[in-house]
Write a protein that binds this ligand. Sequence first.
Ligand SMILES: CC(C)(COP(=O)(O)OP(=O)(O)OC[C@H]1O[C@@H](n2cnc3c(N)ncnc32)[C@H](O)[C@@H]1OP(=O)(O)O)[C@@H](O)C(=O)NCCC(=O)NCCS
Length: 181
Amino acid sequence: MFDTRLDIDIQQPDAASAEALMPQLVALLQDAVESGASLGFWRPLDAHHAQLYWQQVIAEIERGERLLLVALRDGAVLGSVQLALPQKQNALRRAEIQKLMVQRSARRQGIGQALMRAIEQLAQQEKRTTLILDTSQGSDAERLYRAIGYQLAGIIPHYTIEADGSELATVMFYKSLNSEQ
Ligand SMILES: CC(C)(COP(=O)(O)OP(=O)(O)OC[C@H]1O[C@@H](n2cnc3c(N)ncnc32)[C@H](O)[C@@H]1OP(=O)(O)O)[C@@H](O)C(=O)NCCC(=O)NCCS
């Protein structure tokens, strides 16, 4: 899907295409962690551990348990987002949006929002109409999710531990894509 206004192409790589993008995905994750984002890692994140992370993602794409979207400009990966697809029988209507990230040099252009729009369309196609996500309280991501209509489910204090020993709360959101829900 090409966004002419932002001059970005949003693609859904399969496992092989994601493998081909590995160096760029590693760099994207390292940049996001370096920016202080709470993505499960402390900074600095070395390339080896970033690669191990993406290999797990690719294995889940292969098993049909996860979808990945990347935003590209002139072939360069500027951002990505994932949709985790729970496989339990009674969970087939929901999905979790994870690891939205945009390279620092490309932020505040609307790429994060474009990725969220695209992942919501994908979720709708997959009939996953209840979306959940969480993010650190006070983060840029929290502002983005509120701005695009995510509903507050609750705040959990002491959720993550930072490298300096401090603890951060997480904000849990949901959005129903099905207007009857
Ligand atoms: C969160 C993140 C993906 C946003 O990406 P982005 O491309 O800069 O977001 P957008 O340009 O689409 O911003 C959309 C809206 O979100 C809000 N927003 C995003 N960043 C903001 C900031 N730094 N300050 C205030 N509002 C912000 C604004 O409402 C913005 O709209 P506006 O620019 O018209 O005011 C990016 O900051 C990032 O990669 N952060 C690190 C990773 C992370 O924390 N991910 C969340 C994991 S749950």
